[in-house]
Write a protein that binds this ligand. Structure first.
Ligand code: GDP
Ligand code: GDP
Length: 449
């Protein structure tokens, strides 16, 4: 599972500034689910080939009196979810009572923690950090989030135990040879499935229903603890593993306390899965949080199957309305299969497996260089790329650089000038010719001049 890093600290120490710098995107997931806190945001981030999830506890507001308690609560929740805690303090304010307050919690939790002194700017780092050593939390580091100073050292400390993923650029590629040594999962590994969606859409019901099918054999994993979140099983000779985000109980086990919905667990499951089954409650339709989660799954490159649940008992007019609405709002994932199901009654559930299979196959097939190059040549013949500075962009050959999602690397000249519309044309062409369903595609250009 990808590590989770939490930024905690009192207001105005620079958490949001650091969050934005590290995630480099405004595409943060805000926990805006009813009953959940609104004061944490989650971002997908990468540092030197290492993936992680970042939690920011910024955005806390309130009167002076209530603020300590509220802040502490937010920090506590974030600390609970995190593997690594970056405890931000302000170099210019020095050590404050509120810092001590948070430090007290951190000492109890015994998490890997780094006191991060922000706004060091041009101050002498050793002088400003010395004061915070008194917190007794171990290492202290100085940064200036708004200037980017000290960020590399910070992340090196935070992610030192985590291995980077192999970068495509590091792969050896010899022109004209079919390269099949492409990173990513393969068909014989089995399919890891994450069932995600808001609370109460029917995730647990669906997991139990899918596991409860006649042809499913659920395996006990030797050596795993009872709260293992991986449920391996086999169906029609195919291997699958559910990554449990909903606190689903294993069959035959007494229903104990169902775990609360957790954004972090959902995001981690998405990152860890090959295929995501995205569950929507037909009666509630798509809300912004759904789009956020789907956006995250797409950015993570996961294959996607959409299940519109609770289809039972809906009036025909309601059904028509839901279908039109879905088509409109889910346009950006129009490559994904949509199923209208009833997890409760089992209607349509068996068909999900077929879509999971085809999405996975699309995501992990190793296409030979000759095939990808042929498709590129045909596409270019049909529609030439535009001229730039009086010279035509040249696209010469293509090869696969990764799987799940398929990464197609295209080599040529002036590739940095390929317009977005042309990129989309190539993407659509590959999708159509290779009959790719249920998976996003990545295209990367190599070779400038
Ligand atoms: P948060 O409430 O902890 O999320 O804090 P913000 O990220 O909103 O930052 C609070 C203020 O500190 C903003 O005005 C930032 O521009 C400023 N700030 C953040 N990082 C730095 C820094 O490294 N140096 C200085 N001088 N100001 C900073
Ligand atoms: P989760 O929080 O997403 O895991 O949702 P649950 O599986 O716990 O389901 C929430 C509620 O919706 C429960 O009362 C289920 O019985 C109900 N539910 C789940 N699937 C269906 C369905 O297909 N139709 C109907 N009518 N109710 C369903």
């Amino acid at each position: 599972m990808v590590p989770v890093i939490a930024l905690v600290g009192r207001p105005n120490v620079g958490k949001s500034t650091l969050f934005n710098r590290l995630t480099k995107t405004r595409n943060a997931i805000v926990g805006d689910i009813p009953g959940l806190t609104r004061d944490r945001q989650y971002g997908d981030a990468k540092w030197q080939g290492r993936d992680y999830i970042l939690i920011d506890t910024g955005g806390i507001s309130g009167d002076e009196e209530g603020i300590d308690a509220k802040m502490a609560e937010q920090s506590l929740l974030a600390i609970e979810e995190a593997d690594i805690v970056l405890f931000l303090v302000d170099a210019r304010d020095g050590l404050c009572p509120a810092d001590e307050h948070i430090a007290t919690h951190l000492r109890k939790r015994n998490k890997r923690t780094l006191v991060t002194v922000n706004k060091v700017d041009s101050l002498d780092e050793h002088v400003v950090t010395a004061e915070f050593s008194a917190l007794g939390l171990g290492d202290v580091i100085g940064i200036a989030a708004s200037q980017g100073r000290g960020i590399n050292r910070l992340m090196e400390w935070a992610l030192t135990e985590y291995e980077p993923e192999p970068e495509v650029a590091e792969l050896e590629f010899v022109e004209g040879e079919d390269l099949v040594k492409v990173p990513g999962p393969s068909a014989k590994d089995g399919i890891k499935i994450a069932i995600i969606g808001r609370p109460n859409v029917g995730k647990s019901t669906l997991v139990n229903r899918m596991l409860g099918e006649e042809r499913v054999v659920v395996f006990d994993q030797p050596g795993t603890t009872r709260d293992s979140i991986y449920i391996p099983f086999e169906r029609d000779g195919e291997k699958y593993t559910f990554i449990d985000t909903a606190g689903v109980r294993r069959r035959g086990r007494i229903h104990e306390e169902v775990e609360k919905f957790s954004v972090v667990k959902t995001l981690q499951a998405i990152k860890d899965a090959n295929v995501v089954i995205f569950v929507v409650d037909a009666r509630e339709g798509i809300v912004d949080h759904d789009l956020n989660l789907l956006g995250f799954a797409l950015e993570a490159g996961r294959a996607i199957v959409i299940a519109i649940n609770k289809w039972d008992g809906m009036q025909p007019s309601e059904r028509d309305y839901v279908k039109v609405e879905l088509e409109r709002r889910l346009f950006f994932v129009n490559f994904a299969d949509i199923h209208f199901i009833s997890a409760l009654h089992g209607t349509g559930v068996g068909h999900l497996y077929r879509s999971v299979q085809s999405a996975f196959t699309s995501a992990v097939t190793r296409w030979p260089t000759s095939r990808l190059t042929q498709i590129l040549e045909d596409a270019v013949r049909e529609h030439q790329p535009p001229m730039v500075n009086g010279r035509r962009i040249k696209l010469r050959y293509a090869h696969l650089g990764g799987a799940n999602p398929p990464l197609i690397v295209i080599h040529g000249n002036q590739t940095e000038s390929v317009p977005k519309a042309y990129l989309r044309y190539l993407e659509n062409t590959y999708r159509r010719v290779l009959k790719l369903v249920g998976t996003p595609i990545r295209i990367e250009f190599k070779g400038g001049e």
